[in-house]
Design a protein around this ligand. Structure first.
Ligand code: ARG
Length: 463
């Protein structure tokens, strides 16, 4: 009979030799999953309470477990807890410490449970709290944008397509576009949370347990909306993490677009805005520089989150049912995504409220770009010309104005009439920026009246 190796981990009596240091390091996750400690304790306490309720755990054992867990939580909170990679992960570190503190009751905690359903529960509990935080931050960021939009419901700026001046829009309207994007992000996050909020615990290793457990009780204790209804699925799928990171990618995509605009607008050739100094840095060699570093970094960090999404998709692909150790790799991409999205949103909200708007430069830029050309074409259509003919007539007018280095509104009535006899002196109303803005007066349009209403609706939703 060969002697067995009795290591610190719970499963090692079956083994004849210890793992190498490298294997230990390679397989351990405690260095990062200790972040789940709080929810791990929360999950264990609910499990223990249920075991007692169904008569599997004595009242004395439950009281000991509760006392031990309180001590452990305090030690962790005060950074006194000694994490050890000999105990592989957060779950075994806490359980071993519990047993060291309270003896046999600690060893009974794992009755009817496996680390497989334990970790699946922990991640959901943890992510649920983080999603709630991210939803709050999405709302704070939207509010910051709405507040700025409210001050600029009639500030005119060039609207762009292909980054070429297209038509006049209001700055408020432009900002409210991002509010729309972030409000969809908010509802996407809420969707992820809703689908995720089901309890895996009770699935045990994969097939369920022989103990008379009460899963609904545990679900209620932990604030889940229901229980996962197939034990094999409960311990193995991480689709909720993938969904969350995908939603996070979209948040970052939206923020990166806004950041790109801030960077362009702050460029002295545009000079539409200035960002508060606290979000910028100087150059060590060029004294005149003020670089929008924070905006650039938020733009750049999309790459990291998209990478996390690909990592998780790849991790899950082709995994046979049920739990595989591959799944231990779900945590770092998930944690990194949460940190990145949270920090980016916090910074964006603050940065948005510190934007200085240079209205005159925005106006001057619209005037340079023949932004009211479509208005002139629409004017001709209203006088009876088919749109394609109107489009052509105005193209000729723009060409002439460009040669004369004038805006359309600088051409005289006689000059304009050369392009169409339908043009009368009411045309100048149409060619002004304010006239152009005010005429797009329907739900979703850029007219200041519509933007004011959009701001009101958003405020009602957000406050
Ligand atoms: N640290 C593991 C993880 O994160 C916990 C589950 C381990 N289960 C197992 N059967 N080895 O996935």
């Amino acid at each position: 009979m060969s002697s067995s190796f009795q290591g610190p981990a719970g499963w090692s009596a079956r083994f004849n030799e210890p793992v190498s240091e490298l294997v230990k390091r390679f397989t351990a996750s405690v260095s990062f999953d200790k972040r789940l400690a709080e929810v791990d304790i929360q999950g264990s306490l609910a499990h223990a309470k249920m075991l007692n309720k169904v008569g599997v755990l004595s009242a004395k054992d439950l009281a000991d477990i509760e006392r031990g867990m309180r001590e452990i939580a305090t030690e962790i909170y005060e950074h006194r807890f000694e994490w050890s990679i000999d105990r592989e992960d957060v779950h075994m570190n806490i359980e071993a410490k519990l047993t060291a503190l309270i003896g046999d009751a600690g060893k009974r905690l794992h009755t009817g449970r496996s680390r497989n359903d334990q970790v699946a529960t922990d991640i959901r509990l943890w992510l649920r709290g983080e999603i709630d935080h991210i939803i709050r931050l999405l709302r704070v960021t939207q509010l910051a944008l709405v507040d700025l939009a409210e001050q600029h419901t009639d500030t005119v700026m060039p609207g762009y397509t292909h980054l070429q001046v297209a038509q006049p829009v209001t700055f408020g309207h432009h900002l409210m576009a991002y509010v729309e994007m972030l409000s969809r992000d908010e509802s996407r996050m809420a969707d992820v949370r809703r689908r995720m909020n089901h309890l895996p615990l009770g699935a045990a290793a994969l097939a369920g347990t022989t103990f008379p457990i009460d899963r609904e009780f545990v679900a209620r204790e932990l604030g889940f909306d229901g229980v996962c209804e197939n034990s094999l699925d409960a311990v193995s799928d991480r689709d909720f993490a993938i969904e969350f990171v995908a939603a996070g990618s979209l948040v970052m995509t939206h923020l990166s677009r806004f950041c790109e605009e801030l960077i362009i607008w702050m460029n002295p050739n545009f000079a539409f805005i200035d960002l508060a100094d606290r979000f910028c840095t100087g150059s060590s060699i060029m004294p005149q520089k003020k670089n929008p570093d924070v905006a650039e970094l938020v733009r750049g960090k999309v790459g990291r989150v998209n990478g996390n999404l690909v990592a998780l998709l790849t991790l899950m692909k082709g995994q046979p049912l049920t739990y595989n150790k591959d799944n231990q790799e779900d945590k770092e991409p998930l944690f990194d995504t949460v940190d990145t999205v949270r920090d980016s949103l916090t910074l964006m909200a603050d940065m948005a409220s510190g934007i200085t708007v240079k209205k005159d430069n925005m106006r001057a830029a619209v005037l340079k770009g023949f932004a009211t050309a479509t208005d002139l074409a629409d004017y001709l259509v209203k006088k009876g010309l088919p749109f394609r003919d109107a489009h052509e007539a105005v193209a000729y007018a723009v060409k002439a104005a460009e040669t004369a280095r004038k805006d359309l509104s600088d051409l005289s009535l006689a000059e304009l009439q050369k392009f169409s006899p339908l043009i009368g002196d009411d045309v100048f109303q149409v060619l002004t920026l304010e006239g152009s803005l005010a005429s797009r007066d329907h739900l979703g349009g850029t007219a200041p009246r519509q933007v004011r209403e959009a701001v009101l609706r958003a405020k009602q939703r957000l406050t």
